[in-house]
Design a protein around this ligand. Structure first.
Ligand SMILES: O=C(CO)COP(=O)(O)O
Length: 143
């Protein structure tokens, strides 16, 4: 599976802790992230992550493009609901596209935990039918 990992600044510590805690599961998949989030996950969780631009510089839109092409299977986006962001339209657009394409999206730690446990149990196998990669079991696919 292709998994996008994104966090706003005040939520980055949470995402680093989350990716560290679930490193064994996440390392079986292809990970993508916005720029600064990705750097922290690489350095602090020790995971292999493909980094896009930083969010305010277009990273959310790059991930949105993959969602629109059915190349992103899960989006974990720890957004900060208490701080205004200069690229709010990009954030809304990414969330909207996840809803357009029924891509599983977690915007907080509680939902992300459920999603990652479901992923490990195989609950998201339907994604391989939607994304045309049905021969694959553990996400050995590339965006
Ligand atoms: O702003 C973001 C998502 O909207 C995240 O971007 P960074 O990971 O580069 O901080």
């Amino acid at each position: 599976m292709n998994i996008a990992l994104i966090a706003h600044d005040k939520k980055k510590d949470h995402l680093v802790s989350f990716t560290t805690a679930y490193k064994d599961i996440l390392s079986k998949h292809h990970l993508f992230a916005t720029g600064t989030t990705g750097l922290r996950i690489i350095n602090e969780a020790g995971l292999d992550v493909h980094r896009f631009q930083s969010g305010p510089y277009g990273g959310d839109q790059e991930i949105g493009a993959l969602v629109a092409n059915n190349k992103m299977d899960i989006v974990i986006f720890f957004r900060d609901p208490l701080t205004s962001q200069p690229h709010e339209p990009d954030i809304s657009a990414l969330i909207r596209l996840c809803d357009v394409y029924s891509v599983p999206l977690a915007t907080n730690l509680g939902t992300a935990e459920i999603l990652i446990k479901g992923l490990e149990r195989g609950d998201l196998a339907w994604r391989t039918i939607v994304n045309g990669r049905s021969g694959e079991t553990n996400g050995a696919d590339q965006a």
